[in-house]
Design a protein around this ligand. Sequence first.
Ligand code: EPZ
Length: 417
Amino acid sequence: MGKYIINGGNKLMGEVSVSGAKNSVLPILAATVIGENKSTIFNIPNLRDVEIMESILLSLGCTVKRTGNIMEIDSKPLNQIVVPEELVREMRSSIILMGAMLSRTGEVVITYPGGCEIGPRPIDLHLKALRSMGAIIEESHGQLYCKTEGLKGCDIQLDYPSVGATENIILAAVKAKGTTVIRNAAREPEIIDLQNYLNKSGAKVSGAGTSVITIEGVKELKDVTHTIIPDRIVAGTLMVASTITGGDIILNNIIVEHLLGTIAKLKEAGALIYTNGNSLKVAGPRKVNSIEMIQTLPYPGFPTDMQAQMMALLSIANGTSIICETVFENRFKHGEELIRMGANIKIFGRVAVINGVKELTGAKVTAKDLRGGAALTLAGLVAKGTTEVQNIYHIERGYEDFHITLQNLGADIVKID
Ligand code: EPZ
């Protein structure tokens, strides 16, 4: 199952370039099936989730060529409508293939994605929106049978600014008849990246990054080349790694605007952060300050995907901090593992109270999900003694060679397969 062995105490120093964004490349790879065209995508991160999406595209009949961090997809030969069950179960976000496949073939069979470690993660908003665009969706035996005689544009008011639902609707609307307007849309930067990719192929999408996104249906899409934006959560995670170890690192290939929520909270924790174009320098304080309140919110609020990393940091702060997780139901599983390392954390539903301790001690801990696993690794960097993080396959879904990146910055960490 793979584990990291970490000996804590090293300050992280040096320079690192941030990889392409997982949560941007996944919807864009799904979007490549909409047209009968070629997509050349640059800055593809080397992640398990990308491998899964690549396998799905191949299983649908697309051709995929991977050269380093460049992926060339030709979706013209697509000839399947069933998305392999085992791949959907491994990566629930493949549900955004529904919108893309309904756009392309008018039909798709996809497994109902299970919940995952961070909560039930329903897809009711996805189904409601696609049905309002003319999709007939039947659920039986855990499978979703989706069909349409032709999707029609319409006005959709999302009950919640769901990232996945916003993306699914955009992909369904690209070739729908007429215009679709999404209100209360998610505003994440990855949706702007999806809009940019689609418009380069001839789609007509506008408003991404705001709460109102308009998509005018078009007939066909042309070949397109696109470079994925940097991963703001990988960048934020490395910023916490520098802060928690009292280190001093430079991150290159970042977009500062995407990091403002994280920068603000790390400055509250005492980090010194200087930005310059698409680079930033973050130096950790001698002693981490506690933070009165962190509330996770849809973008541009503080990102839920940075919550676990901040909990690890605040575990050694001087004072009491409060984290309120408003986005997911059950995203504090890393708390019990941090407690095994000596943290003093109390969880009350969606609220965690963290009483900072002088130091954490190394222990055997288990990653339960992607960001929680990253948080435990960060805690190991500063814990006294040796920490063993098990089930690191969770971490490798979203971090490219995480242990190598940390080793290059001076961490004493090895990976045992
Ligand atoms: C995306 O997940 C990201 N994943 C998540 O990143 C991220 O945490 C999340 O957005 C929020 O920013 C990808 O982009 C691949 P949501 P998604 O739909 O689309 C509820 C990571 O660590 N909801 O915005 O699944 C849902 O249960 C991952 O990289 C419904 O109730 O997130 C959750 O509580 C983790 N019904 C909330 O909305 C629906 O139909 C936010 O979910 C859809 C969502």
